[in-house]
Design a protein around this ligand. Structure first.
Ligand SMILES: [Mn+2]
Length: 324
Protein backbone atom coordinates (compact mmCIF):
# COMPACT_ATOMS: atom_id res chain seq x y z
CA UNK A 1 0.00 0.00 0.00
CA UNK A 2 1.18 3.60 -0.48
CA UNK A 3 2.09 5.95 2.38
CA UNK A 4 -0.88 6.51 4.66
CA UNK A 5 -1.08 9.78 6.66
CA UNK A 6 -1.90 9.20 10.28
CA UNK A 7 -2.56 11.13 13.49
CA UNK A 8 -2.11 9.99 17.07
CA UNK A 9 -5.04 10.03 19.49
CA UNK A 10 -5.87 8.79 22.95
CA UNK A 11 -9.06 6.83 23.65
CA UNK A 12 -10.45 9.97 25.29
CA UNK A 13 -10.34 11.95 22.02
CA UNK A 14 -13.77 13.63 21.79
CA UNK A 15 -16.13 13.03 18.86
CA UNK A 16 -15.41 16.52 17.47
CA UNK A 17 -11.70 15.68 17.41
CA UNK A 18 -12.37 12.54 15.39
CA UNK A 19 -14.59 14.47 13.01
CA UNK A 20 -11.86 17.13 12.66
CA UNK A 21 -9.27 14.44 11.82
CA UNK A 22 -11.54 12.85 9.24
CA UNK A 23 -12.28 16.24 7.68
CA UNK A 24 -8.53 16.63 7.13
CA UNK A 25 -8.68 13.59 4.86
CA UNK A 26 -6.94 11.34 7.38
CA UNK A 27 -8.04 7.70 7.46
CA UNK A 28 -5.66 6.19 10.03
CA UNK A 29 -5.06 6.85 13.69
CA UNK A 30 -2.37 5.58 16.03
CA UNK A 31 -4.22 4.82 19.25
CA UNK A 32 -2.48 5.41 22.56
CA UNK A 33 -3.95 3.18 25.25
CA UNK A 34 -3.41 3.06 29.00
CA UNK A 35 -2.55 -0.35 30.48
CA UNK A 36 -6.08 -0.77 31.89
CA UNK A 37 -7.53 -0.10 28.41
CA UNK A 38 -5.68 -3.01 26.80
CA UNK A 39 -8.63 -5.37 26.61
CA UNK A 40 -10.44 -6.74 23.59
CA UNK A 41 -13.87 -5.28 24.55
CA UNK A 42 -12.36 -1.82 25.08
CA UNK A 43 -10.44 -1.95 21.82
CA UNK A 44 -13.43 -3.25 19.87
CA UNK A 45 -15.56 -0.41 21.22
CA UNK A 46 -12.90 2.06 20.08
CA UNK A 47 -12.84 0.49 16.63
CA UNK A 48 -16.62 0.83 16.37
CA UNK A 49 -16.54 4.46 17.52
CA UNK A 50 -13.78 5.29 15.03
CA UNK A 51 -15.52 3.46 12.19
CA UNK A 52 -18.43 5.88 12.54
CA UNK A 53 -15.94 8.58 11.53
CA UNK A 54 -14.46 6.34 8.81
CA UNK A 55 -11.22 6.09 10.76
CA UNK A 56 -9.17 2.94 11.14
CA UNK A 57 -6.64 2.08 13.84
CA UNK A 58 -3.28 1.57 12.14
CA UNK A 59 -1.48 0.68 15.36
CA UNK A 60 -1.84 0.75 19.12
CA UNK A 61 0.80 1.66 21.66
CA UNK A 62 0.95 1.73 25.43
CA UNK A 63 3.69 4.01 26.75
CA UNK A 64 4.52 2.08 29.97
CA UNK A 65 5.04 -1.09 27.91
CA UNK A 66 6.74 0.67 25.00
CA UNK A 67 9.35 2.32 27.23
CA UNK A 68 9.78 0.01 30.18
CA UNK A 69 12.66 0.38 32.59
CA UNK A 70 12.33 -3.12 34.04
CA UNK A 71 12.50 -4.71 30.59
CA UNK A 72 15.21 -2.46 29.21
CA UNK A 73 17.49 -2.63 32.24
CA UNK A 74 16.66 -6.22 33.20
CA UNK A 75 15.37 -5.19 36.63
CA UNK A 76 13.39 -7.44 39.01
CA UNK A 77 9.84 -7.83 37.71
CA UNK A 78 10.72 -7.75 34.03
CA UNK A 79 9.13 -11.13 33.35
CA UNK A 80 5.79 -9.81 34.62
CA UNK A 81 6.17 -6.81 32.30
CA UNK A 82 6.97 -9.10 29.38
CA UNK A 83 3.86 -11.14 30.20
CA UNK A 84 1.83 -7.91 30.04
CA UNK A 85 3.46 -7.10 26.71
CA UNK A 86 2.53 -10.52 25.35
CA UNK A 87 -1.03 -10.06 26.58
CA UNK A 88 -1.12 -6.77 24.67
CA UNK A 89 0.09 -8.54 21.51
CA UNK A 90 -2.67 -11.13 21.89
CA UNK A 91 -5.37 -8.46 22.30
CA UNK A 92 -4.07 -6.48 19.31
CA UNK A 93 -3.87 -9.61 17.19
CA UNK A 94 -7.43 -10.60 18.01
CA UNK A 95 -8.58 -7.08 17.12
CA UNK A 96 -6.68 -7.20 13.81
CA UNK A 97 -4.24 -4.40 14.71
CA UNK A 98 -1.10 -4.94 12.61
CA UNK A 99 1.58 -3.42 14.81
CA UNK A 100 2.63 -1.78 18.05
CA UNK A 101 5.62 0.39 18.94
CA UNK A 102 8.73 -0.13 20.99
CA UNK A 103 11.44 2.39 21.82
CA UNK A 104 14.37 1.15 23.86
CA UNK A 105 14.68 4.31 25.91
CA UNK A 106 13.81 3.76 29.56
CA UNK A 107 14.01 7.51 30.21
CA UNK A 108 11.96 8.51 27.17
CA UNK A 109 12.92 11.27 24.77
CA UNK A 110 15.66 13.42 26.28
CA UNK A 111 15.41 17.12 25.65
CA UNK A 112 16.85 20.00 27.63
CA UNK A 113 14.11 22.59 27.29
CA UNK A 114 10.73 23.57 25.91
CA UNK A 115 11.21 27.08 24.57
CA UNK A 116 10.44 29.58 21.86
CA UNK A 117 13.10 28.79 19.30
CA UNK A 118 14.96 30.90 16.79
CA UNK A 119 12.85 29.35 14.05
CA UNK A 120 9.44 28.91 15.70
CA UNK A 121 7.90 32.41 15.51
CA UNK A 122 6.77 32.33 19.11
CA UNK A 123 5.86 28.65 19.06
CA UNK A 124 7.09 26.65 22.05
CA UNK A 125 9.01 23.64 20.83
CA UNK A 126 11.46 21.05 22.15
CA UNK A 127 15.11 22.02 22.35
CA UNK A 128 18.14 19.80 22.79
CA UNK A 129 21.69 20.68 23.80
CA UNK A 130 23.98 17.65 23.65
CA UNK A 131 26.36 18.97 26.34
CA UNK A 132 23.45 19.31 28.76
CA UNK A 133 22.08 15.87 27.89
CA UNK A 134 25.49 14.29 28.45
CA UNK A 135 25.87 16.00 31.83
CA UNK A 136 22.56 14.67 33.17
CA UNK A 137 22.95 12.46 36.27
CA UNK A 138 22.57 8.68 36.20
CA UNK A 139 18.92 7.74 35.78
CA UNK A 140 19.28 4.31 37.42
CA UNK A 141 21.20 2.94 40.39
CA UNK A 142 24.34 2.44 38.34
CA UNK A 143 25.87 2.74 34.88
CA UNK A 144 25.07 0.02 32.36
CA UNK A 145 27.30 -1.59 29.78
CA UNK A 146 26.29 -1.71 26.11
CA UNK A 147 26.31 -5.51 26.09
CA UNK A 148 23.87 -5.65 29.01
CA UNK A 149 21.37 -3.53 27.07
CA UNK A 150 21.67 -5.84 24.08
CA UNK A 151 21.36 -8.91 26.28
CA UNK A 152 18.14 -7.45 27.68
CA UNK A 153 16.87 -6.74 24.18
CA UNK A 154 17.62 -10.34 23.12
CA UNK A 155 15.95 -11.64 26.28
CA UNK A 156 12.83 -9.61 25.41
CA UNK A 157 12.80 -10.60 21.75
CA UNK A 158 13.17 -14.30 22.57
CA UNK A 159 10.08 -14.06 24.78
CA UNK A 160 7.79 -11.85 22.66
CA UNK A 161 8.53 -12.93 19.10
CA UNK A 162 6.66 -16.24 19.36
CA UNK A 163 3.54 -14.36 20.51
CA UNK A 164 4.02 -11.65 17.87
CA UNK A 165 4.28 -14.33 15.20
CA UNK A 166 1.33 -16.32 16.53
CA UNK A 167 -0.99 -13.28 16.56
CA UNK A 168 0.69 -11.55 13.63
CA UNK A 169 1.38 -8.26 15.39
CA UNK A 170 4.63 -6.55 14.44
CA UNK A 171 6.74 -4.21 16.54
CA UNK A 172 8.02 -0.92 15.14
CA UNK A 173 11.33 -0.08 16.79
CA UNK A 174 12.02 3.65 17.20
CA UNK A 175 15.60 4.99 17.57
CA UNK A 176 16.82 6.47 20.84
CA UNK A 177 16.07 10.16 20.76
CA UNK A 178 18.43 11.99 20.66
CA UNK A 179 20.55 9.34 18.95
CA UNK A 180 23.60 9.50 21.19
CA UNK A 181 25.56 6.37 22.14
CA UNK A 182 24.95 6.69 25.87
CA UNK A 183 22.82 8.98 28.03
CA UNK A 184 22.27 9.10 31.82
CA UNK A 185 24.44 6.03 32.24
CA UNK A 186 22.32 3.91 29.90
CA UNK A 187 23.79 2.95 26.50
CA UNK A 188 21.36 3.47 23.64
CA UNK A 189 20.11 0.53 21.62
CA UNK A 190 19.48 2.36 18.33
CA UNK A 191 21.57 5.40 17.45
CA UNK A 192 22.61 4.53 13.89
CA UNK A 193 21.61 2.13 11.13
CA UNK A 194 24.18 -0.50 12.17
CA UNK A 195 22.27 -0.78 15.43
CA UNK A 196 19.12 -1.59 13.44
CA UNK A 197 20.98 -4.33 11.60
CA UNK A 198 22.06 -5.79 14.94
CA UNK A 199 18.51 -5.58 16.30
CA UNK A 200 17.03 -7.31 13.25
CA UNK A 201 19.65 -10.05 13.61
CA UNK A 202 18.66 -10.48 17.28
CA UNK A 203 15.12 -11.12 16.01
CA UNK A 204 16.38 -13.65 13.43
CA UNK A 205 15.16 -11.18 10.79
CA UNK A 206 11.57 -11.92 11.74
CA UNK A 207 9.12 -9.70 9.83
CA UNK A 208 7.54 -9.08 13.25
CA UNK A 209 10.37 -6.66 14.06
CA UNK A 210 10.32 -3.57 11.88
CA UNK A 211 11.31 0.05 12.23
CA UNK A 212 9.77 3.36 12.97
CA UNK A 213 11.78 5.45 10.58
CA UNK A 214 12.00 8.70 12.54
CA UNK A 215 13.26 11.26 10.04
CA UNK A 216 13.70 13.57 13.04
CA UNK A 217 16.22 11.21 14.66
CA UNK A 218 18.13 10.68 11.41
CA UNK A 219 18.35 14.48 11.00
CA UNK A 220 19.31 15.04 14.65
CA UNK A 221 22.41 12.89 14.24
CA UNK A 222 23.04 13.76 10.58
CA UNK A 223 25.53 11.55 8.78
CA UNK A 224 26.39 9.86 12.10
CA UNK A 225 23.04 8.05 12.00
CA UNK A 226 23.23 6.93 8.39
CA UNK A 227 22.46 7.97 4.85
CA UNK A 228 18.76 8.79 5.15
CA UNK A 229 18.00 8.59 1.43
CA UNK A 230 19.85 5.27 1.02
CA UNK A 231 18.25 3.92 4.19
CA UNK A 232 14.76 4.80 2.94
CA UNK A 233 15.49 2.89 -0.25
CA UNK A 234 17.00 -0.12 1.48
CA UNK A 235 14.42 -0.55 4.24
CA UNK A 236 11.46 0.19 1.96
CA UNK A 237 12.67 -2.61 -0.33
CA UNK A 238 12.95 -4.93 2.68
CA UNK A 239 9.45 -3.99 3.90
CA UNK A 240 10.96 -3.06 7.27
CA UNK A 241 9.43 0.41 7.62
CA UNK A 242 6.10 0.21 9.44
CA UNK A 243 5.80 3.87 10.32
CA UNK A 244 7.52 7.11 9.29
CA UNK A 245 7.94 10.07 11.61
CA UNK A 246 8.05 13.08 9.32
CA UNK A 247 9.83 15.65 11.47
CA UNK A 248 12.47 18.30 10.92
CA UNK A 249 15.03 19.98 13.18
CA UNK A 250 17.01 23.22 12.89
CA UNK A 251 20.45 21.55 12.69
CA UNK A 252 22.22 18.30 13.50
CA UNK A 253 23.57 17.87 17.05
CA UNK A 254 25.19 19.27 19.18
CA UNK A 255 22.24 21.69 19.42
CA UNK A 256 18.87 21.57 17.72
CA UNK A 257 15.34 22.78 18.11
CA UNK A 258 12.32 21.02 16.64
CA UNK A 259 10.83 23.08 13.83
CA UNK A 260 8.01 23.02 11.34
CA UNK A 261 8.81 20.82 8.34
CA UNK A 262 9.51 23.84 6.14
CA UNK A 263 11.86 25.57 8.62
CA UNK A 264 14.44 22.93 9.50
CA UNK A 265 17.65 21.98 7.72
CA UNK A 266 16.28 18.75 6.24
CA UNK A 267 14.82 18.98 2.72
CA UNK A 268 11.47 17.44 3.58
CA UNK A 269 10.17 17.50 0.03
CA UNK A 270 13.20 15.54 -1.20
CA UNK A 271 12.66 13.09 1.68
CA UNK A 272 8.97 12.72 0.85
CA UNK A 273 9.78 12.12 -2.82
CA UNK A 274 12.26 9.41 -1.81
CA UNK A 275 9.62 7.71 0.38
CA UNK A 276 7.10 7.83 -2.47
CA UNK A 277 9.48 6.75 -5.22
CA UNK A 278 10.74 3.82 -3.09
CA UNK A 279 7.17 2.64 -2.55
CA UNK A 280 7.45 2.88 1.23
CA UNK A 281 4.47 0.90 2.58
CA UNK A 282 3.89 2.60 5.93
CA UNK A 283 1.80 5.03 7.89
CA UNK A 284 3.32 8.50 8.19
CA UNK A 285 2.81 11.10 10.91
CA UNK A 286 4.41 14.36 11.97
CA UNK A 287 5.69 12.88 15.26
CA UNK A 288 5.82 16.03 17.42
CA UNK A 289 4.14 19.40 17.19
CA UNK A 290 4.65 22.66 19.02
CA UNK A 291 3.11 22.85 22.47
CA UNK A 292 -0.66 23.38 22.05
CA UNK A 293 -2.02 26.88 22.61
CA UNK A 294 -4.91 27.10 25.10
CA UNK A 295 -8.25 27.10 23.31
CA UNK A 296 -6.72 25.95 20.02
CA UNK A 297 -7.81 22.33 19.96
CA UNK A 298 -5.28 20.55 22.18
CA UNK A 299 -2.77 18.14 20.63
CA UNK A 300 -4.96 17.49 17.60
CA UNK A 301 -5.26 21.22 16.96
CA UNK A 302 -1.50 21.68 17.40
CA UNK A 303 -0.76 18.84 14.96
CA UNK A 304 -3.30 19.88 12.31
CA UNK A 305 -1.22 22.47 10.48
CA UNK A 306 1.89 20.27 10.23
CA UNK A 307 -0.19 17.27 9.20
CA UNK A 308 -1.79 19.32 6.44
CA UNK A 309 1.60 20.50 5.26
CA UNK A 310 2.84 16.89 5.24
CA UNK A 311 -0.20 15.84 3.22
CA UNK A 312 0.54 18.65 0.78
CA UNK A 313 4.10 17.42 0.26
CA UNK A 314 2.85 13.86 -0.16
CA UNK A 315 0.29 14.94 -2.74
CA UNK A 316 2.88 17.01 -4.62
CA UNK A 317 5.40 14.15 -4.58
CA UNK A 318 2.84 11.69 -5.92
CA UNK A 319 1.88 14.03 -8.73
CA UNK A 320 5.46 14.87 -9.63
CA UNK A 321 6.45 11.20 -9.66
CA UNK A 322 3.29 10.09 -11.41
CA UNK A 323 2.24 7.87 -8.48
CA UNK A 324 -1.22 9.23 -7.79
MN1 LIG B 1 10.08 9.97 16.30
Amino acid sequence: MPLRPQMTIAAAEPEEGLSFIRQMGIEYVSLMLKPEELTLPFLSAQQERLAKHHLEISDVFCTPLQKNKKIHLGLPGRDEEITKFNRMLEVLGKAGIPFTSIAWQPDGILRTDWRVGEHTRGGVSMYCDQAEVLSKPLSAQREYREEEIWDNFRYFMDRVLPTAEKYHVAMALHPNDPPLACMTGVPSLIWNTQCYEKAFACAQNSPMLGMKLCVGCWLEAGAAFGDLMADIEKYSAQGKILCVHFRNVSAPLPVFEETLAEDGYGDMYAIMKQLVSCGCDAVISIDHAFRPLPGMGGMTGAAAYSTGYMKGLLDAARRELGKE
